[in-house]
Design a protein around this ligand. Structure first.
Ligand SMILES: Cc1cc2nc3c(=O)[nH]c(=O)nc-3n(C[C@H](O)[C@H](O)[C@H](O)COP(=O)(O)OP(=O)(O)OC[C@H]3O[C@@H](n4cnc5c(N)ncnc54)[C@H](O)[C@@H]3O)c2cc1C
Length: 329
């Protein structure tokens, strides 16, 4: 019987594991992919936008070569942190169900079954990439993730999306010699409101340079009509239909968490800033299902900074609650 099972080994799950160890809890992190799996899936060579102090578990530990770390430097730091602190993390094991049994939980994975007094969901929000729902979207040339640019050099690439991920993919592709078009709503391109999820200025400025050099084309989108083997059919912002020659499409319009396990436990959800989020206590991050906690990207505290800081705040509270329930039982 564990005190705490943590589902997911992203920044939130790693931070929670470190706190659990510090507070002498018996704990286990179960991760379906690799340590820091979401970061592992960032584009190769990406420089992240957060500052060092927002990304590290303890001050001064992350030492990038430049001002901000690359994907590789960040991932290496997270992996080293897990290894050096001997955190109890099992990778490549997917949690399938969590069931309440009287005063504790049964956690069933694709490899084993565990029992725990409490469960922290740190599952991120990458499970369901959003799709356009248009004909041809299931063709092999259509991707919902951008990993690297070199397969697409000299190819006609279309990126659909209005946020930083789409902007960064367009930049990588344009800079490294793909014939690149970014299809974006005019509002998303022109917005400077950070809450709108727009392309941040440090991505937009180099994109504008690529535009000037004619290495990048912008397409102000009305909607995507169809994706075909070697072309895409788009409607522009004026309602006119245009057909572009095309070799590869990246649909980068965000993704959503899989809340199925939480809902089966009776956890209520509501509409948050970026979609459906679980309802939880802002102090303890406990949901309406007692003993079920949430942290990280699928809550209203989406960035790595909070994915790390929230477990630091709530795991000591979970530990104190377990101690007091032991005393009363
Ligand atoms: C390209 C890109 C760049 C970004 N740059 C930044 C940035 O600069 N700064 C910033 O703050 N944020 C950035 N983000 C967002 C950032 O990645 C998230 O905020 C962060 O990963 C949240 O951490 P987390 O631990 O909550 O979730 P995640 O890191 O997503 O971790 C969740 C983990 O849970 C695992 N999991 C899910 N379901 C199960 C299951 N059933 N069983 C077992 N394991 C499961 C997943 O495999 C995953 O490893 C970026 C995102 C992208 C895509």
């Amino acid at each position: 019987m564990f005190d705490l099972i943590i589902i997911g080994a992203g920044p939130a799950g790693i931070s929670a594991a470190f706190e659990a160890k510090k507070h002498n809890l018996t704990y286990l992190v179960v991760e379906k992919g690799l340590i820091g799996n979401t970061i592992y899936n960032y584009p190769v060579g990406l420089t992240v936008f957060s500052t060092v102090n927002e990304l590290e578990f303890a001050k001064g530990e992350l030492k990038p070569a430049r001002k901000k770390p690359t994907r590789e430097e960040l991932l290496s730091y997270y992996v080293r942190f897990v290894l050096e602190n001997e955190l109890n993390i099992q990778t490549e094991e997917k949690v399938g169900t969590v069931e309440r049994l009287n005063d504790h939980f049964k956690i069933v994975t694709d490899k084993a079954e565990y029992e725990s007094k409490s469960v922290l969901f740190a599952i991120g929000a990458m499970d369901y990439p959003r799709s356009l729902g248009v004909k041809g979207e299931n063709l092999p040339k259509v991707h919902d993730q951008f990993r690297e640019t070199y397969p697409w050099v000299k190819k006609r690439a279309l990126i659909i999306g209005g946020g930083n991920s789409a902007g960064e993919a367009a930049l990588f592709l344009a800079e490294e010699g793909a014939d690149t078009t970014l299809a974006i709503f005019r509002n998303d391109w022109e917005s400077t409101d950070p809450k709108h999820g727009c392309i941040k200025y440090w991505v937009k400025q180099p994109l504008e340079k690529e535009l000037k050099k004619n290495c990048l084309k912008l397409f102000f989108l009305g909607k995507v009509l169809e994706i075909r083997e070697d072309e895409v059919v788009l409607e522009n912002e004026n309602g006119e239909v245009e057909t572009l020659q095309n070799d590869v499409v990246f649909v980068l319009i965000g993704s959503d968490a899989d809340l199925t396990m939480l809902k089966k436990l009776g956890v209520k959800t509501e509409n948050g800033k970026s979609g459906e989020v679980p309802v939880y206590d802002e102090e303890t991050f406990e949901t309406n299902a007692p003993g079920v906690y949430v942290a990280g990207h699928f809550t209203n505290h989406r960035h790595i900074k909070e994915a790390i800081s929230v477990p630091k705040k709530i795991v000591p509270k979970i530990a104190a609650k377990l101690v007091s329930s032991m005393r009363t039982s």
